[in-house]
Structure formats: structure tokens, C-alpha cells
Ligand binder design. Sequence first.
Ligand code: SF4
Ligand code: SF4
Length: 441
Amino acid sequence: MLGFSNGVHPKGRKTLTAGEKIGRGPEPDAVYVPLLQHIGSPAVPVVEEGQRVLCGELIAKAAEGLSANVYSPVAGTVKGVVGHITLSGKKADHILIENDRTDERAFLPPLADRSRESILARIAEAGIAGMGGAAFPTAVKLGTDKKIDVLVVNGAECEPYITCDHRIMLEFAEQVVKGIRLCMAACGADRAVIGIENNKKDAAAALAPFAENIRIKLLKTKYPQGAEKQLVYGCTGRTIPEGALPADAGVLVVNVHTALAVYKAVEEDTPCYERVMTVSGGAVEKPCNIWVKNGTPYRDIAAFCGGREDCARIVSGGPMMGEPVFSLKICTAKGTSALLFLNEDECVSKKAEPCIGCGRCVQACPMGLSPVFIERAAFDKKYEEAAVYGAEQCIGCGCCSYVCPAKRFLVQSVKLAKKVLKGWREKERAKNNGEGAEKNG
Ligand code: SF4
Ligand code: SF4
């Protein structure tokens, strides 16, 4: 079994929801639909205050460049474009829609053919963005002009607690595989490999009857098995060089939920306006997997699932890579895979101690970095030094923080260094482009 180096084995805690069939989530009185639910530029509103919209109606169009369409998740009345709090702590534009609970629906027109161009155009039209959490616009990814021979499908779901992809593979096996075939047609791959951690053998068995000529690869249960480079290596044996993308190695990666969204867009004319989410943790009454409409306030989910008073921390996403939730006014988006309500026992103590030089963070890092040195460099604001230690290669997996006996904020420091370096690189590029333009002019 091919496996990546290092990584960690956190407690899975998946039994809380793995046996829970996907149900319907809350029906919010109002949704705040973010215009930026994807990597790239915010979509541009095409509706006006007071306008009635149907569930599945286009409300914001993809901007120029990297962006994605946004659809209404409810039937109701547009109350306007409002600034609303996001996970980053900053406000961003959202379309506020009052739900009239009629559930009247709009659909995309039936797709005339299944050519590569038509499938790509439909994926773009439906506003699909990577539903594993990255939220990269899927049509842009699949429409690459690089030669792709293998599509790797991410069914690893290595983050603790989260089981929405597992349930999707069990309950929508045929649709997921049909979605995979559509993605293959869209990127020109003639092979596909579905990577699934070997703690989900039932999911592999559910997909198998539909997956003729598609390889299902059981992978070791180890975190971060679902990270792009680690998954590509586990499924194909190919390594992606530093600074390169999977497409440079002839590979594209899509998540199983994204494949289901592609199926729904092409075969059921349904755009992307809702997703399956895991709601879990020791401080929630009803851990579950539910369909949640984009733009649903977290407080509606907390009320629906019974978030308890002994909740010590709320996390959007998984405990390793997720973001802390400081306001239940924040709303779900296309990439929101989970909402966790954790009790005191499930949270790590926040008090950081001095580093004891044990080297565990180095041993755990799946990218072969030295988080301890990057942290020190970041603390001293020596970002060039952080770059030398490979800060820009960090995938934010959190393995370093997880193993650190001193509970140092390693992942946060490395991410900060990466962010600063990204800003520097962008400034450098802009400066060079400007100079180039001056010379040419
Ligand atoms: S430095 Fe980055 S890639 Fe390495 S373990 Fe920490 S978070 Fe993961
Ligand atoms: S794991 Fe923590 S204590 Fe050990 S070397 Fe790394 S930063 Fe220091």
C-alpha cells in the first residue's frame, strides 16, 4: 500500500454520525447567501431588493476571471445586498432573502448533449465549486488545457468527526460514479481512481457495482490522507514537485461531493445551492448528516441539532483544519462540510508552554517541513528565514500543533508566515509586471 511519510492518527470520532442517514436540515426564515463562496472574485448580484426569486434561480453571476455563479437556496423575496459577518471576522456582501417557504423551484434547461464543452459549460453555469472545502471553481479546474490522464477522486475524508462524504458514497453511490464519469469527460482523463480510507470499506463496496473500469483504492487510515499531494501519491504513485500543481503531473483531484454536484447539474438540471454537512461533537444533542441550504445561519443549525450549553468551542469544518466560530450569525457556503460543537474534554488546553525541542512537529509534518523553526522565524518576523524552512509549502494540516506537547500555536504561526510571504510575492509580481509594461510602453 503506497503511503505518504509522517502524518498523525487522531481519534476518528466518526461513529457519532457515520451510521446516520442524510436527512433534511433546518428551513431558515431567511438566508444570507455569500457572494464569495469560492476561491476567486465575488459573484455579481443580478437581483434587486423586493424581487421574488425561486429556489434554484440565479441571483449572482460569476465575475470576470476566477469566480462562480450563485443560486438562491429558497423561494422568497430579496431584501437586498447586505454586509454580513464571515468566518474571517470581517464583513462581506451577502444577498439576504426572506424565505416564503413555498419551495417553488427553478431548474437549468436540459442539457442537449454530453460533449466535453457542454459538460464544462454546465458545471460553470451551475456554480459548482470544490465541495471538499477548497471551493475552487470546478469548471476552471476541469477545463485545464494541460493533458490529464488520471482523475483522482477524493473519498478519503480523513478529518475526525466528518462523515458527510462517507454517507454520500453510501447513499448516492450510482450518482457519484456517474458524476465521476462526467468529470472524466470534462477533463479528458481516460482513467479514474477513487481513494477511500480503509475505515470506510462499506463505501468502497457501495460504489463498486457501478464503477466498472474505475479503480477503487483503499488507503491507510492516516491524517492527512485526503490532502491533495498525499492523495495523488496514494492513488497513483506520482509525486507533485514543490510549487507544482497535480495537473502538472497529469492528474486532477475532485471530491466525491463535487462529483455528486456535477451529476445533479448535468442529469437533474439542478444548480449548486445546498450541500450535505456533518453536525457533530460532544456538545450537540443530535449529531447528524443533513442537507443544508447555502446561506443558512449557524444559529439555525445549532437550534435544529440541539447545540448544548456545555459547548466549549464551535468549529466550522474539521477539528484539524477547520476555523473557530465566534458568531452563530455566520452562514454556510458551498465549502462548509461540518459544524462541530465540542465540549471541554474534546478541546486542547489553550495555554502554550516553551518549546522543549522534542522534534515531534518535524516528525509529524507530512510536507517534510520544520514547523518549530518556521514558528521561531515568524515570531521574530524573519519571514525570509521562514521561507527557507519551507513555510510556503505548508498545507495547513495542523499535524504539528496536534503533536506538540508544549501546545504551541505552530500551524497558526506557519500560516501567518505563509500569508505574509504570499503578500510579498504578489507585490513583487505586480512591481515586475508594472516595470515590464513600462519598458514595453
Ligand atoms: S507545518 Fe504545515 S504542513 Fe507541516 S504539519 Fe504543520 S500545518 Fe501541516
Ligand atoms: S513539537 Fe512542540 S515542543 Fe516539540 S520541537 Fe516542536 S514546537 Fe518544540
